[in-house]
Design a protein around this ligand. Sequence first.
Ligand code: BG6
Length: 484
Amino acid sequence: PETGCLSIVVLGASGDLAKKKTFPALFHLYRQGFLKPDEVHIFGYARTKISDEELRSRIHGYLTPCKGASTEHTEDVLKFLQLIKYVSGSYDTEEGFRSLDSAISEHEISKNSAGGSSRRLFYFALPPSVYPSVSKMIKNCCMNKSDRGGWTRIVVEKPFGKDLASAEELSSQIGELFDEPQIYRIDHYLGKELVQNMLVLRFANRFFLPLWNRDNIANVQIVFREDFGTEGRGGYFDEYGIIRDIMQNHLLQVLCLVAMEKPVSLKPEHIRDEKVKVLQSVVPIKDEEVVLGQYVGYTDDSTVPDNSSTPTFATVILRLHNERWEGVPFILKAGKALNSRKAEIRVQFKDVPGDIFRCQKQGRNEFVIRLQPPEAIYMKLTVKQPGLEMSTVQSELDLSYGQRYQGVVIPEAYERLILDTIRGDQQHFVRRDELKAAWEIFTPLLHRIEDGEFKLIPYKPGSRGPAEADELLERAGYVQTHGY
Ligand code: BG6
């Protein structure tokens, strides 16, 4: 691993994302020894004029103990906070960025007396509207200038654009300033343990290899459900809606890992090459394979317009035109304010031909990967009902992580991804062409929705969402199984 001075700049340091996700992830990395106090310094940057102490006290409450860590938490928090400095300035003038550069350089001079490279990581916890100007300011004022080597990298979050045209424009603006290996587009689903496990499951297990195709698989569901609404984020959410917030990024990324061909190797470019091919093979979405909903009470939020037509629920069927998946519906489903919190992949297999047990009434084989805590992988299968009779029952082969890996701490997605940005590993980040292909899939649908071509079905908060979505699933050939 590289050594030498590491400066991490959190832009938008007083915002929600920084407080809730970025700083806590950095704290956990520090706590586990990945950020060494003799190398690292963290800079918060934002417009608000506050002192170092004020920023530290704003962050303090969010630095919860790492799972599994017991003692010395308070002491660790204090030591970590001492690594943070604050610089204030605007996002579109050079003045603030020059002060930021001086603060970073000062730190580098003090730390680099021992030699080593200088590494500068800029984390954009910012609204995308300022991405172009901030990128320009960094390029003009804050690049690594050390003759001892090192790098400058930027980390950007979604929403990266609102549709194909705006995303491409943003990509070009940033692309003129930074090369692709310097740009890390975060999709935090790619940092989840069980999302990262997908490649291993698929390509390191003999039993899945011959089964993973249209001959055996009836349909695939990729589901995201939350049991709370848009509380506190209504303003942001209303501008984007559930498709841009969850489906175009998180669920589509998961779909790529489920559907892709085996990459030549685990090199980031090989993996991303295969993911892009999946996206490019998705055929245009049909209106009759879309159900949209909005939960009752969504517009009560004062930041949401009363006549909002933004969907908080969507079920969309994607179809891939390729040799492996022709005819297999990929059902993406995402909703806020539903009856449970869950994110899972459900791969449903076809019926057994010539079934002599008549067990298909009880349900089909299903392979389920539950991404969201409690993490689990399980397989629904038919077994003999224990006892004297020859009857069958649906049961599970169950790998629940909590039981199987007791005491093992599963890292937070952001923790893992930030570490990757420091290590220079882009495997779990979205490449420019991937982003473009993802927008190509959803942009026509999003425009049709905005033109009022769809009816929003109201649903009760705490429900399963619109019944029409279940009907769509049934039409797509999904067979409801019971049990888990
Ligand atoms: C974010 C969305 O990207 O993901 C939020 O903007 C959503 O609306 C969140 O709540 C869900 O993340 P997770 O990791 O809790 O599934």
